[in-house]
Design a binder for this molecule. Structure first.
Ligand code: AMP
Ligand code: GLY
Length: 416
């Protein structure tokens, strides 16, 4: 069958690569794709009519949606009416990521373990809540903000400043919440669901901050690895009981058309795992390690979501550890340059994957075209092996002002 993948990042490159391994797959197109994804076609995913025309012209049977915005804009509702299989939740289900308030109310309603919170309706109330948490709290703007609407604060001063910043950025009448600051280790758990059952992929961690030791500004992600050494059976069982199962129960009860991904961003605290956020799509850069780690046929798993057989599917993983290092343009996530030629891509070993993100093809060259440029993914028997391998592969690739974090895969554990 022919397939369209919506999106343009490393996640979509990994999805196209993995789907292509399936004997059931024929042509795979990425809309709009990038300089590294074969069959990238420059069509705006928000132009549903143009996507539909492309699907008809190319006999597409399945659409897989990478990013959250087209889901929030209702792409699934649109194509479900057109009788094309589309992997990704409907607009109602996508609100689990699109609105922090909606997500928190859902968690509360279905008993999902999470941080305490308050919906803020006035500056006076904000000060009261900040006092209650003694300044240790997290402000979250309600809407989609590409990871930028969250302010983690450790003092009353910082929190009050964050209120001003949030209102300055999103407007005086912006909806937001303030929640309890949780301390612990973060873990990403990503599940594939047909709206009735769920299959979890291997646990992973991403590195969101720009600098080593998780310092500096937040980014879209500077690297990721899987599996996570501290994610033992006991922890995974509490995540399943306290977070995954109640969520699935809620999805069923609410009656969403949810054939897609539930991404659980979790903080493992001294009092057990707590859900920080839902995403309704694959994580980026987690996907770039999860799909090489997945042994099973991804297309078969996706298709089983459409014929109610997901619960019978076996999801198996390859042995070893997988590490993704992001090669970013110097200056990212602030100002950065585009248009530099990338060299050395042909030197990379065959057992290492290079998933493109911010690249375009020009006159036979691959040129930088975004902040996060490439994802280099290697594996090893141990996490240490995978880390040394991936950095030695990264050193073969170069472009002007290339920036990488040097400690991907290494992280002290806070909760023992
Ligand atoms: P979110 O978009 O809600 O996942 O927030 C982005 C990041 O902010 C998370 O990955 C955490 O690092 C941090 N964060 C969010 N909520 C909390 C919380 N309640 N306590 C501590 N850190 C948090
Ligand atoms: N890696 C975090 C995210 O995709 O939101």
């Amino acid at each position: 069958m022919n397939i369209v993948v919506i999106g343009s990042g490393g996640r979509e490159h990994a999805l196209c690569w993995k789907l292509k391994q399936s004997p059931l797959a024929d042509e795979i197109f990425a809309l709009p794709g990038n300089g590294g994804i074969p069959n990238s076609v420059d069509i705006d995913p928000f132009d549903f009519q143009a996507v539909e025309d492309f699907c008809k012209e190319n006999d597409i049977s399945l659409i897989v949606v990478g990013p959250e915005n087209p889901l929030a804009a209702g792409i699934t509702d649109y194509f479900t009416k057109k009788d094309i299989m589309i992997f990704g939740p409907d607009k109602a289900g996508a609100a689990l990521e699109g609105s922090k308030i909606f997500a928190k109310e859902f968690m509360l309603k279905y008993g999902v373990a999470t941080a305490g919170y308050h919906r803020i309706t006035s500056p006076g109330q904000a000060e009261e809540v900040i006092d209650k948490y003694n300044g240790s709290c997290v402000l979250k703007y309600d809407g989609l903000a590409a990871g930028k609407g969250v302010y983690v604060c450790c003092s009353k001063e910082e929190s009050s400043q964050a209120v001003n910043e949030l209102l300055g950025t999103y407007g005086d009448d912006a909806n937001y919440i303030i929640e309890e600051l949780l301390v612990g280790d973060e873990i990403s758990i990503i599940g594939i669901t047909d709206g009735k059952s769920i299959k979890l992929l291997s646990p992973s961690q991403d590195h969101k901050q720009l600098y080593e030791n998780d310092e500096g500004p937040n980014t879209g992600g500077m690297g990721a690895f899987t599996p996570v050494p501290f994610a033992n059976d006991k922890l995974l069982e509490s995540i399943d009981n306290d977070i995954v199962k109640p969520t699935l129960h809620g999805i069923i009860k609410e009656g969403y058309n949810f054939k897609g991904i539930v991404y659980f961003g979790i903080m493992v605290t001294k009092n057990g795992p707590k859900l920080l956020e839902y995403n309704v799509r694959f994580g980026d850069p987690e996907t770039e390690v999860l799909l090489p780690a997945l042994k099973s046929d991804l297309l078969e798993i996706f298709l089983s979501c459409f014929d109610n057989t997901l619960d019978q599917k076996k999801v198996e993983f390859n042995e070893g550890y997988f590490v993704d290092v992001v090669l970013a343009a110097g200056g990212y996530p602030r100002e950065y340059k585009k248009g530099d030629t990338i060299s050395g891509l042909d030197q990379v070993s065959e057992d290492t994957f290079v998933f493109h993100a911010g690249t375009i093809k020009k006159d036979g060259n691959i040129i930088t075209n975004g902040g996060r440029v490439l994802n280099v993914v290697s594996s090893g028997k141990s996490l240490d092996d995978a880390i040394s391998k991936v950095y030695s592969e990264c050193s073969k690739i170069s472009f002007d002002n290339c920036y990488i974090r040097k400690d991907i895969g290494r992280r002290e554990q806070i909760v023992k």
